[in-house]
Design a protein around this ligand. Structure first.
Ligand code: A2P
Length: 329
């Protein structure tokens, strides 16, 4: 099985990337990135909102300066934040991300969420969450097609190789697809055993939009989310069905979860700042993710664990303090 999938431009995208959400501790993330690059990760997923692009930039630059690899070998993605959801904001926010990352271009620039928020001087997600912003801070003028045109201009300007979306529903993505000159290359969504989104995934793949799974392990580190509306974090790594397959193939539970996703032609961005675990999640040395195959029946068993919307962990509207919105999700 190939370690990359092919985007609509013909460019390869690694099927496993390092997720960096909630990795803000400078030294810890720097060490994790060093270990990840050493272990063979070539895809790093960040976002303006994560507040850690500068750490990613510094570490990547060091790796390049030390001659350990070339920029062309890397696949770096970042995202336009919800307070940059106006066409005229796009050059500013992509420019800031490129400057943080110390790069001339990113490989993929995603619209982070489908809704826009008024800026009120907010810089990152912590400030938005801490600010207890309500529905009043939503920007009701957000127009995905207008923003998309600004993203297309950034491809033309060479500041990003591909553009895509994240957290969109089918209706929102359809509107972009129907009005674009440059196609979305990728859609990054929450995707794991309990939220498999088969219809949205099928729709994307049929339309040639690749899909990246975020929180592919069920975000076991996001304990703080347990307090949001009574959510109970799932223990996907402890599920008997997963443990049984891990035993059978002498793999770790996380490797079974990731294999289930990449075997469907999807990309996954598991987050880890622990060198041992981040190696598990790609394991180039002994090819752990790529050297075994789940049978059709085993894939079906895992597919059947889907809980639909009830399995959702990350509610982006709730995270920014908005209960509901007439347009979203
Ligand atoms: P850590 O960073 O300490 O390794 P997700 O990508 O679904 O959001 O999950 C990320 C969480 O899962 C983090 O808390 C991370 O902790 C943990 N994690 C990452 N890889 C593994 C693994 N192979 N086994 C167990 N837990 C893992």
């Amino acid at each position: 099985m190939s370690k990359t999938i092919t985007l609509h431009t013909g460019a390869p995208m690694p099927t496993i990337g390092l997720g960096t959400w909630q990795a803000q501790d400078e030294e810890e993330l720097e060490r994790a990135l060093d270990s990840a690059l050493e272990a063979g990760y070539r895809f790093i997923d960040t976002a303006y909102l994560y507040g850690n692009e500068a750490i990613v930039g510094r570490t990547v630059q060091k790796w390049l300066d030390e001659g350990k690899g070339t920029r062309e070998e890397l696949f770096i993605s970042t995202k336009l934040p919800m307070m940059g959801m106006r066409p005229e904001d796009v050059p500013e926010f992509l420019g800031a991300s490129l400057s943080n990352l110390q790069l001339d271009y990113v490989d993929l620039y995603l619209i982070h969420v489908p809704f826009g928020m008024l800026r009120h001087g907010m810089q990152n997600l912590d400030e938005i969450v801490a600010g207890e912003v309500g529905t009043g801070a939503l920007d009701m003028e957000t127009d995905h097609v207008a923003i998309w045109k600004a993203l297309e201009a950034e491809v033309d300007a060479g500041r990003t190789r591909h553009i895509g979306v994240s957290n969109f529903n089918e209706r929102q993505l359809t509107r972009v697809l129907d009005n674009c000159t440059i196609k979305p290359a990728n859609h990054q969504i929450e995707l794991h055993l309990y939220l498999q989104q088969p219809d949205l995934v099928a729709f994307c793949l049929e339309r040639g939009v690749t899909v990246t799974a975020y929180s592919p392990l069920g975000s076991p580190g996001s304990k703080w989310l347990n307090t949001a509306d009574g959510l109970q974090l799932p223990d996907l790594l402890g599920l008997p069905e997963v443990r049984e397959l891990a035993d059978k193939y002498s793999k770790q539970p996380a490797q079974v979860l990731l294999r289930h996703l990449i075997q469907k032609g999807l990309v996954a961005v598991p987050k880890s700042t622990n060198p041992e675990r981040l190696r598990q999640n790609i394991d180039v040395g002994c090819q752990a993710i790529y050297d075994f195959e789940l049978s059709e029946a085993e894939m079906d068993t895992l597919d059947a664990l889907d809980r639909g919307e009830e399995g959702r962990i990350i509610d982006m509207l709730l995270i920014v303090g908005v209960k509901d919105h007439p347009e979203y999700p």
